[in-house]
Design a protein around this ligand. Sequence first.
Ligand code: NAD
Length: 256
Amino acid sequence: MTDFAGRRIRITGGASGIGAAAAEAFLRIGARVAIVDIGAAALEARRAALEPLGEVVAIRADVSSEQGTDGYVAQTLHAFGGIDVFVNNAGVEGRVAPIAEQSADDFDRVIAVNLRGCFLGLRAVLPIMSAQGSGSIINTSSAAGLDGAPGLAPYSASKHGVVALTKSAALESAAAGVRVNSIHPSPVDTPMIESIMRQRDPQGSGSARQAFLARIPLGRFAEPDDIAQLIVFLGSDESAFVTGAQYRVDGGMGAA
Ligand code: NAD
């Protein structure tokens, strides 16, 4: 098994959900972790909760901004001197509504965080990893990045775009020894899916959860750690021959 002691991990959207679970999983196997997030209070609370597990640095930044991205990359380099694994994970769900009722502003906001943010992260990190001659990048897409998602078209479009960035980045950087893959979760029990279900079922009748569950062969939502374990695998040397790939982690949903 890969020895993660001293390996330098950076995770955007690290204050909550999947990013926080990935931070915990990497810390538990000895890595050094920087969590990046836009929410200052949640970020500090997460840093304090993770601190007993190992070396964790918290960096406040907006991944959709060039300045924010350059800032968090510079701060990670200052703290760790390099980046071995980059989890390009921050995201927003946007408004749940049919395309005819989506505003251009809502569309732009989702694309700015989920797609532009992913692009800016890649643009900043790829040269650093290429100069190192090693590195693994995991882009968090979604099952909605491979399939359509009625009511979530801007989100689905942004996550399909993440696949294009993943494949292009993998091809551009393979010769330099840098790997880039995307992951595609089905519903995961995090604040994001809670928001989607609240928008679909404002009365809280449970109908939105039931509709999701009916489509998941394993019969449950993912826990954030289910996703974190795949992220650790793709960040490890055990996945040394994997690049440009799309990994579903969806309880069998994509097999239907
Ligand atoms: P979450 O809401 O728990 O966490 C997302 C984090 O991203 C939050 O801490 C938020 O503050 C941060 N963030 C949002 N905008 C940001 C910005 N501009 N700059 C920096 N940080 C920002 O959600 P999650 O479920 O953990 O989502 C993580 C990723 O997983 C997202 O990319 C999401 O699209 C994807 N995903 C989630 C699910 C799910 O069901 N929860 C399914 C498939 C994919």
